[in-house]
Design a protein around this ligand. Structure first.
Ligand SMILES: [Zn+2]
Length: 95
């Protein structure tokens, strides 16, 4: 199988999809779901995995939720704190 290369926002060089992570984020950019890059080839496919029901996906899109592709480094800095409950997003939402 050929190696799938992807371009990540904020990164200049393409990276291997298998080394990236799909993340489902809410309107504040807070991450709710995460899976390794090779589980899905497109944002739509990743969203289907995170949120199987079409109606729920439509609602998330309307509310501004997004599926983002993150590099390992971005995942560590942007998403990991969300799963640890230590991110700025939730602190901002509470304040
Ligand atoms: Zn967060």
């Amino acid at each position: 199988m050929p190696e799938l290369m992807v371009q990540i926002e904020g990164q200049s060089a393409p990276v291997r999809l298998a080394e990236c992570f799909w993340v489902l984020t809410d309107t504040d950019g807070c991450a709710y779901g995460s899976m390794v890059g090779h589980c899905a080839a497109t944002e739509e496919a990743a969203h289907r995995d995170f949120t199987p029901r079409q109606r729920d996906r439509d609602r998330q899109v309307r509310q501004g939720w997004r599926v983002r592709l993150l590099s390992r480094e971005q995942w560590r800095s942007d998403a990991a704190p969300c799963f640890n409950g230590a991110c700025q997003h939730r602190k901002a939402a509470v304040a």
